[in-house]
Ligand binder design. Sequence first.
Ligand SMILES: Nc1nc2c(c(=O)[nH]1)N[C@H]1C(S)=C(S)[C@@H](COP(=O)(O)OP(=O)(O)OC[C@H]3O[C@@H](n4cnc5c(=O)[nH]c(N)nc54)[C@H](O)[C@@H]3O)O[C@H]1N2
Ligand SMILES: Nc1nc2c(c(=O)[nH]1)N[C@H]1C(S)=C(S)[C@@H](COP(=O)(O)OP(=O)(O)OC[C@H]3O[C@@H](n4cnc5c(=O)[nH]c(N)nc54)[C@H](O)[C@@H]3O)O[C@H]1N2
Ligand code: SF4
Ligand code: SF4
Ligand SMILES: [Mo]
Length: 892
Amino acid sequence: MPHISINGQACTLAEGSSLLQALRDNGCQPPHPCHDDRLKPIGACRLCLVEVEGQARPVPSCATAVTEGMVVHTATARLQSLLHTNLSLLADGYPAKAVHEQAEHPFHQLLVKHEVNAGSNHQSPIFKDDSHPYLGIDMDRCIHCQRCVRICDEVQGQFVWKVWGKGEQTHIAPADGKSLLSSGCVSCGACVDTCPTGAIFDKRSTGPVDQWTKTTCVYCGVGCQMEVGSHDNKVVAIRPTDSPVNHGHLCVKGRYAYDFTHAPDRITHPMLRRGSDWHAVSWEEALSFTASRLQELRNKYEADSLGVLSSARATNEENYLAQKFARVVLGTNNVDCCARVCHQPSAKALKTMLGTGAATNSFSDIEHTSLFMLCGCNPTENHPIVGARIKQAVRAGAGLIVIDPRRTELAACADIHLALRPGTNVLLFNAMAATLLEEGLQDDDYIAMRVDGLAGFSSFITAYAPEQVASQCGVTSGDIRRAARMYALAKPAMCFHGLGMTEHLQGTQGVMSLINLALLTGNLGKRGSGINPLRGQNNVQGSAQMGCEPASLTGAQNLADAKVRASFEQAWGTNLPTSAGLDLPAMLAAASSGKFKAMWVMGYDIAMSMPNASQTLAALAQLELVIVQDLFLNETAKAVGHVFFPAASVFEKDGSFMNADRRVQRVRQVVNSPGEAKPDWQIITELARHMGHEQGFKFDAPQAIWNEIRSVWPAGAGLSYQRLQNESLQWPCPATLDDNHPGTAILHQQGFGAGPKASLACIDYQPTAEVCDDDYPLLLTTGRELYHFNAGTMTYRSPNAVLKPTDTLDISPADARLLGLAQGQSARISSRYGTAVLPVNITDKMQVGQLFCSFHRADLNVNALTSPYCDNLVHAPEYKVTAVKVKGLTAE
Ligand SMILES: Nc1nc2c(c(=O)[nH]1)N[C@H]1C(S)=C(S)[C@@H](COP(=O)(O)OP(=O)(O)OC[C@H]3O[C@@H](n4cnc5c(=O)[nH]c(N)nc54)[C@H](O)[C@@H]3O)O[C@H]1N2
Ligand SMILES: Nc1nc2c(c(=O)[nH]1)N[C@H]1C(S)=C(S)[C@@H](COP(=O)(O)OP(=O)(O)OC[C@H]3O[C@@H](n4cnc5c(=O)[nH]c(N)nc54)[C@H](O)[C@@H]3O)O[C@H]1N2
Ligand code: SF4
Ligand code: SF4
Ligand SMILES: [Mo]
């Protein structure tokens, strides 16, 4: 630990401290407008100068390393005069008006503090751009600190800003010399955030902020931490905070897409439908009506004709209550959530092979791996903070293999991009496993200690040599071998995967075949390794973990296990239902055949997001009671709802979410809910009370619900709200006497669930029946894009709709030529199940013969196209493979 002297005071510093950090830690606050702790220092503004004995000239403290015995002075007359001179130089061309009108910017505060006047030589800026809905540009306030340029390069990795010109002409403008958006800006807001003057600013948050409340992002499973600014009971601004997940960075959805909260069409009263019209009613009427209808239907049919779908958008506490309600109040295990349609195959594969159905490692490992293998995921759009971190790690030297039919942004910078044909993951991973064993690249020591079944697997896998399967996969055998070698030789290597793996007939098996590779190469139980599903919604991990699936209770504990059942029966003071329970696809099938009668659908727009929409709607139309609980009158409510319960949004309630790397993080109320909308947990407890179950549903606040959860879930027992106040903890985190279990960043370090060893799985490839033929010659895969989120209910109610107004049909230039399609032209897509019309987007990211579209705009109804096929083990729909034909439409 270095020892230095600052203004005559001896100081001992932490190893690796910068001089600026040392000064701050010892009570000096040199001004440093060109410095941001997230960026490499450049020492450009020369305002943080200090004198170091032995050096002729003052040095910038931000860019100077500490050396042992350094003697530093910060307050000499020479430094004060230099500070004044340098500040005056910056102030000379600066608009005085801005300093007076916007006191919040650090540079303005500095000028005021040092009594330096701005504006004697103010000139108008060279670059102007008012085209972005969120980012305002006022470059006459640019002080050339280059923080925008550097943060866009070093944190977001977008390289939008550039320093142009020389001398007097030096200015900052987008790299293409035109506009922010045409230069590839992804609207993350990082440059706004770091700008010390307001030269780049948030157009919309100019008003005052009364309070900043720390909470968790409402969108994806990354779980970024943020502060939400409110004024007059309205959300008016969002800014990132530092956390192990997002390191003070956000993406466009988390940062800007909050307008849905105050959208004029938020539903603020409970409603009942009479005939085709909805009528606002009191809570009392809505709850009594619903309770008596549920009781009636249960008496007329049976408890198993009723079911609950819980919301992966709602909190852990709410999801826990939803499944408890199904099991205790309705008396059925018919409960499910959105995990069913996305990563249930991952959970099943991981639990079956390794013992725990969740990501094995942490986002913190991204900076500690030698190689990423990204399989069927598109993190720069769908998990943008993770995407940006991966991009930076690759820039810093990590290897990158991308396995995706499309040339995604990360595929374009990969060492190897395997653009496989959709639906052939099992073949490809088996071929990689065959390569590893044939070429002797497996980790023998690891296998000896931790892996079973090698002999059987070795003989099974020979049938999958790359040369035998490559043409079916649509890639070369040489590339498969190269990828296998690269993955095996990089130590450690880390896999992330997405829905391109799971939303298939062989989704679970695809993930199992990937886990084989990690077992063979010893890439489990170590930092920078593992199998990591990029979970989807803000709380989909939590929703399933809380027990919102038929076969599992809270903590993913097996309902069929007699000991587990007994402990829950004791905790809940009642017998648990004994029948197996239906998952969502099974509920829909049972509805079609008249065996299933009522559904309570919380925060899940199944009519638009489930596949094969016409079949889904026909099934839903059979139901005698559909209760929808949402912020908006969503497609499900419009099509088949009988009762509508208005829910509070995430900004309007307390609780917790669980993110994709097993972190439980607090959600905190920022504003009051509008009208009579209530948090989901309150609605559930009140309906329980109306059905005679006050006991067991009596909670004054989410913390009390969370404490009950901790009492039935041993691996989460150590996660008290008290600890979550300031800590970011990952389960397993059991209770300890001194309440200080550190949580578990990396699973399987010593063993796997049941024992020290895990078994390799022999997975035969089973192709889907959804195949192209002469009538349907093109293969459509569906997924998502940056600016919109799933059902689009939230992002389409924000200016993100300006940034991206529609889903598009992405098609290769060759196919577009063949079909005579022009950019932007409307095209009718037809599958064996339905049709949809989308504007054409011609892009060389697509392979010939393949199409892609997102499904975010309800009126475009992309799910009219998708098929009824689903994962053969856990029923995740096969959203990724649909045979279609396309016809250009002429403008009317
Ligand atoms: N901006 C945005 N972010 C989101 C969401 C959103 O709607 N918008 N939704 C959230 C949710 S719920 C989820 S689950 C996640 C999903 O995040 P991702 O898993 O990244 O989602 P997708 O875009 O559906 O699919 C990922 C990739 O799979 C590829 N793919 C298709 N078929 C195959 C195949 O057979 N093999 C392989 N290897 N790849 C294939 C596609 O080309 C696509 O690039 O995103 C979350 N984040
Ligand atoms: N074609 C195709 N279809 C797909 C997919 C695909 O890749 N291709 N992906 C699938 C996947 S992975 C997923 S996860 C689904 C997602 O589909 P959905 O779950 O239907 O979509 P979301 O937009 O996540 O949110 C559902 C609803 O939650 C509401 N909501 C938000 N916050 C709250 C809250 O706090 N309380 C309540 N009660 N409601 C709230 C929103 O208004 C919205 O109506 O789509 C699936 N559908
Ligand atoms: S908003 Fe983000 S991507 Fe756009 S210019 Fe700023 S830092 Fe770069
Ligand atoms: S990456 Fe996900 S969690 Fe983070 S700000 Fe974006 S949407 Fe929110
Ligand atoms: Mo999802």
